[in-house]
Design a protein around this ligand. Structure first.
Ligand SMILES: NC(=O)OP(=O)(O)O
Length: 310
């Protein structure tokens, strides 16, 4: 059955750095093109943690060295990351489709996502961005007013506020592009966070979680399936332990229970399961799939990955 799918790409689909990203997307788009060739309507979303951190740090360093260079607000850094990642993705996907004889327009939509100014996330930054630092480097940066946290045993990273998405401002444009049989890359990096002030949208200093933004988009465009791509084929209980238990299917009740029992790592699998659950619970028949990019097609066919549905 042909489905309307929101496909959320994780960091490993994009690689690190400019040259690596251009190379990584060439593999990534093959899996996306497989889904399009199978007749599915595909909306591509993606993260931006390393890229938005790089942009932010580069402008900060340049502004310190040269008073003519501005410090960029985080909302503008997210906008730049959407453009830069989307540019690589749309060109690679366009080329891959043309090589398969599929002549479909592919475009990146600069997308804004409304957040609540009273979201408690603004008072408690948790979203890691940019490169990793040693403990000593992190302590020096913290003395200079930055907030850093240890990230999953891999080193220290800067953290920023990550409020929950409330509305996708350009949702009608996404829908129109889908109905015109176009492929759209949207809510990149979780979308540009904005505060709605009457007719004015004011950029907020935050980076929205791309899995939560993708779930909100999937709900708003009435997608059949949300696919969250990550580094593992399935969600697991006791991950990394001898008694690891891989999960094929999760009911919302089980997903809630496993979240309460703290089976999923914060800042890693937890937001993916929570976002997938939110989409699956939003309407009967909606399915969320968590798997690796190379298994997406098998996952849609129910052969692998973890499916969350009512
Ligand atoms: N915005 C966002 O969630 O990016 P990452 O997935 O790269 O952290």
């Amino acid at each position: 059955m042909k489905k309307r799918i929101v496909l959320a790409l994780g960091g490993n689909a994009l690689g690190d750095g400019l040259a690596e990203q251009m190379q990584a997307v060439k593999t990534t788009v093959k899996a996306i093109a497989d889904l399009i060739a199978a007749g599915h309507q595909v909306v591509v979303t993606h993260g931006n943690g390393p890229q938005v951190g790089m942009i932010n740090q580069a402008f900060e360093a340049a502004a310190k060295a040269d008073s003519h260079t501005p410090m960029l607000p985080m909302s503008v850094c997210v906008a730049l990351s959407q453009g830069y990642i989307g540019y690589d993705l749309q060109n690679a996907l366009r080329e891959e489709l043309l090589e398969r004889g599929i002549n479909k327009p592919v475009a990146t939509l600069i997308t804004q996502v409304a957040v609540n100014p009273a979201d408690p996330a603004f008072l408690n930054p948790t979203k890691p961005i940019g490169s990793f630092f040693t403990k000593e480097e992190a302590e020096r940066l913290m003395r200079n007013g930055h907030t850093l946290r240890e990230d999953s045993g891999r080193g220290y990273r800067r953290v920023v506020a990550s409020p929950k998405p409330q509305d996708i401002i350009e949702k009608e444009t996404v829908r129109a592009m889908l109905e015109a049989d176009q492929v759209v890359i949207t809510v990149g990096g979780g979308g540009i966070p904005v505060l709605v002030e009457g007719n004015h949208l004011r950029g907020a200093s935050a980076v929205i979680d791309k899995d939560w933004a993708s779930a909100k988009l999937a709900e708003m465009i009435d997608a059949d399936m949300l696919i969250i791509l990550t580094a593992v084929e399935k969600v697991a209980l006791n991950y990394g332990k001898p008694d690891v238990q891989w999960l094929d299917r999760l009911s919302p009740a089980d997903a809630h229970r496993f979240i309460e029992e703290e089976h999923f790592a914060k800042g890693s699998m937890l937001p993916k399961v929570e976002a997938a659950l939110a989409f699956a619970e939003s309407k009967a028949g909606r399915q969320a799939l968590i798997t690796v990019l190379s298994k997406a097609r098998e996952g849609i066919a129910g052969k692998t990955g973890t499916i969350i549905c009512q």
